[in-house]
Structure formats: C-alpha cells, structure tokens
Design a protein around this ligand. Structure first.
Ligand code: KIV
Ligand code: ZN
Length: 514
C-alpha cells in the first residue's frame, strides 16, 4: 500500500518573498483558487502579522477558498500567533505555522537569544497556537545548519505542546540530498514522540538541490513536502512543487508514495503564477517549461511520432499542457469553436467574459493567420488582468519612430470619471515615449525597473507578451499584456502595473523569513 505525501503550497507566502514580487489581494485569491483546483492539501496563504494587507489577504482566502487547509505563518511571539489565528480562523480547516530560528548563527546574530530562550519561546508559541487551533505546524528555522540534538529537543517540545506537523527547513539551501535524507531518518530515530506528528520538509534551491532534497526527505519518511509553483521564493527560490508532484506521480513506485494532486491543473497553475508574479518560467524548466515537451532532433521527433513514450516520460496531457499545434482557430472561427477550445484548456467563462475574449480573439485573428492555444492562453491571461479593476484605461496609442526622427507618442486615456484625456511626449525610444506620455496624463510617480518582451508563438506575426515592473512608494508592481503589436502591449502592460499600484492599499510585508 502506498503512503500519501501531503502537498503544502507556499507560493503565496515564501513565494511572495521573491525579490521584486508583490501580489495584490486579487492575485492571491486567484492563485489560491487555482491551488484548490489543483487539490493541494495545504495552502500557506501568507504571514498575517507582517502587514495589514497580508492579514486581509489571508483572511479573505480563509473565508473564500474551500477544500485545502489554509495556513498562516507566525513567529514564536504571542502577537504573531494571535494575528495568525484571527486571519485563518474562518477557514474550513485552519492551520497555524509557528517558526523560530534554531541554528547558533541565527540565534546569536539575528534573534540575539540563547537556546533556553528559544526553547521557551517555541513551547509557549506552540501551546498558544494549540489553544486556538487543532492543527499546528512547527519549524526550527535553519535546521540543516543547527545542532542536531537541539533540533530533536525543539521538535519533541513542540510535539508535547501539541504540534501535529514538524517541518525541517533547509532555509539557506545548504544541504545535499543524502545528508538531508539522513537528517530526516535521524529525526525519526531521535525524537521520542515523533510518531505523534507528520514530518515535513521545506527546501530552498541555493545549490539547485531543493527537489532532490525534498524527495530524499520523502524516501526517509517525510510525508509532507513544502514548495512553490514554478519554484519561486526567497533568493534562488523554494522547491518547485510541480517537480515534486510529477516526480512522485512518475516514480512513486520507487518510494511507494502518492499525492492527491490533480496534476492536469499544474500547467495552468504555472501560467497564473508566472503572470501574477511577473517571473518568467525558463523554457527548459522541468515539467512546466515551454520546451519541456518539444522535440527538436529528427530522431526524437520520429520516435515520438511512432510512440510518444520513446522520448517522453510524462504525458503532457497529465500536466494539462495544451495540445496547441494540432487545434487551430482562424478569423472565420465562431464563438462555439472558441468556447469549446477554451473549455478544453480547462477555463470556464460566463457569457460576458466569453464576449470579451471573443473580441480579443478576433482582433488577434485579423492580424494572424492562425490562433493556436498559446495565443489563446495569452488572450485569457490578458482578459483575467482586465478583471483587476482598471481605474484608468488605454483608449488610443499612436507612435512615430525611425532612424531619422525623434520617437514621439500620443496616448488617449479614459480617466476614473470616464473622461478622455490626451497627451504626447518624446522619448529615447518608442516605448519610452509612450511611457512618458502616459506619465504626463496620469502623473503617478514611479520608476520602471524591468521591461521584457517575448513572443508567445513563432513567426513574424507572433503575439508578443510584455512584462514590466515598476517601483512606486517603495513597492514593486508587475504589469503584463499581450498583443501582436508590441508597442500596444507595452502601453497596456504599463497601464496594468499603474492600475495595480492605484488599487493596492497593502504596505510592503515588514517581517522577512526564509
Ligand atoms: O525557509 C524557512 O526556514 C522558512 C520557514 C519560515 C519555514 O520559510
Ligand atoms: Zn523558506
């Protein structure tokens, strides 16, 4: 009989700690809903004490999202634990996740506490969490660089106070797979009451070992794995949870384990997180990269055409990857065809949303012979962004550029009162001219920190996807848009980022963790 491995997704907490990423409340809810569709076991929705915005986001997810357990993170302080409980208490099944540093280097230089203090704080915080909530997780931060005896003592104390899950974080991504596996085995041997709790692993990817370490933990008895979609997170990121899920699904025979995840929702989860985080997934990324199932050499293509399994260890359909190239929509395709194709991609739209997507589709189809699933995904992403309340809307953008003229842009925007406002500007290039013109109309102080364009499909008529980041009032906001005209996409992406800024009330998360 195979054992279940619980999947704990921390995209919305540790994932949000990626440099330059700041989710809005709407982003968080959208990701949480997709994680529920994916059927992960636990969603760590945020760190409620860190900011009023995060408190609000965790509370909203706890109220709205059903299925997975909803966890919040708390330092081992009474106020953190209370705030965490207030945020998660309305969840169907809430969890409080308490953590405290356990390594000498963290205790001496960061916490400025000795072992006795840390032990006392851990006990008190877990006991307090338990007084509110049946399900409590405890993490000794930086466990892989901590004295093992002390880790065992902390875990035993946490279990005595009621922790139901004990997590072993490789906070700085220092461990190697064999060593990490041995640590998990040693925890099982040396913590007297370990059978009363589930062992979890939480790995970071500084040496590119996060997935391997997590699996090594599972092979040695861990039954919960923590990670983030696309592996986003602090520094080099967290464990890519989709890699662990597919490794278990493909090679569960090896460890006699399984998960309850609906793997065919993984691709969609990856695209949503890519869009809202603004962190592009590398093409050759395992499982969800655009090239993960594309075959280039003649020998491989020949093999796959004869029998897919010759060169594919996973069926792309099991990850929910659209079969793009075989189904093509053109400008003569009707609403029914479009609706059916969208349904195949696993997206449900009401009539109004379908109408908007249909108009956007027609617009692309007029400029492009064939609209395949990748174009459609870009259109759907774009439309999902329109749901972000747009205080200002782009009505027109016109650009004049060339090697013998100064790049000049005219923009016309619809302001929040529904009035049209227009201005023009000269820039160092056409995109700069557009942004200067928008700045003249909207007058929002910000700095553009990142700008990237990539084509969604091949060919000169490809849809271009523009991702930008701006900094305003000390926070980073991402904007993204797709169009066959990259200048139009650039203008929309900028408007998207500015609207997100105008919609956000949340201050930057104050307390950082690992
Ligand atoms: O990496 C880490 O140690 C963490 C803890 C809060 C679990 O994220
Ligand atoms: Zn972490």
């Amino acid at each position: 009989m195979s054992d279940k491995v619980y999947i704990f997704d921390t995209t919305l907490r540790d994932g949000e700690q990626s440099a330059g990423v700041g989710f809005t409340i709407e982003d968080k809810l959208e990701v949480a809903r997709q994680l529920a569709r994916l059927n992960v076991d636990i969603i760590e929705a945020g760190f409620p004490f860190s900011s009023p915005g995060d408190f609000e986001a965790v509370s909203l997810i706890a109220r709205e999202v059903r299925g997975p357990m909803i966890a919040g993170l708390a330092r081992a302080h009474p106020d953190d634990v209370d705030s965490c409980w207030n945020a998660v208490s309305q969840a169907e099944t809430p969890r409080i996740h308490v953590f405290i540093s356990a390594s000498e280097i963290h205790m001496a230089h960061q916490l400025r506490k000795n072992r006795e203090d840390v032990m006392e704080m851990a006990r008190a915080a877990v006991a307090r969490a338990k007084s509110y909530c049946e399900d409590v997780e405890f993490s000794p931060m930086d466990a892989t660089r901590s004295d093992r005896e002390f880790v065992y003592q902390l875990l035993q104390a946490a279990i005595e106070e009621g922790a139901t899950t004990v997590n072993i974080p490789d906070t700085v991504g220092y461990a190697l797979p064999q060593e990490f596996g041995e640590l998990i085995a040693a925890v099982r041997e040396n913590v007297p009451d370990i059978d009363r709790a589930r062992i979890s692993v939480h790995c970071h990817n500084d040496l590119g070992m996060a997935t391997a370490n997590s699996l090594s933990g599972v092979l040695n008895g861990a039954r919960q794995v923590e990670g983030a979609i696309n592996g986003i997170g602090e520094r080099a990121g967290n464990t890519s949870i989709e890699e662990v899920i597919m490794a278990i699904s493909t090679r569960g025979d090896f460890g006699h384990v399984h998960t309850n995840v609906k793997t065919d929702e993984l691709y969609r989860a990856s695209r949503i997180v890519e869009r809202v985080s603004g962190m592009a997934v590398q093409s050759n990324k395992a499982v969800v990269g655009r090239n993960a199932f594309r075959h280039s050499s003649g020998i491989h293509q020949d093999g796959v055409l004869k029998l897919r399994e010759t060169y594919e260890i996973m069926d792309p359909a099991s990850i929910g990857i659209p079969v793009g190239d075989s189904i093509v929509l053109t400008k003569v395709s009707g609403r029914h065809g479009l609706r059916a194709r969208i349904a195949d991609l696993g997206v449900e739209l009401d009539e109004e949303a379908l109408g908007r997507v249909y108009d956007a589709f027609k617009d692309v189809a007029d400029r492009k012979d064939e609209v395949d699933d990748r174009d459609l995904q870009a259109i759907l992403s774009e439309q999902a962004q329109v749901q972000v309340q747009e205080q200002w809307q782009l009505d027109l953008v016109q650009v004049s550029a060339g090697d013998h003229s100064s790049p000049t842009a005219t923009v016309r925007l619809l302001d929040p009162e529904g009035e049209l406002q227009q201005d023009a500007a000269i820039g160092t290039g056409p995109v700069d001219a557009i942004y200067q013109a928008i700045n003249r109309v909207m007058n929002v102080e910000n700095e553009l920190t990142e700008f990237s364009v990539k084509s969604v499909t091949e060919g000169i008529d490809a849809v271009g996807e523009v991702t930008i980041r701006i900094e305003a009032s000390g926070r980073t906001y991402t904007g993204r848009a797709a169009d066959t005209d990259i200048l139009v996409a650039s203008a929309r992406a900028y408007m998207h980022a500015l609207n997100r800024y105008l919609n956000t009330t949340a201050p930057q998360a104050a307390a950082a963790t690992g």
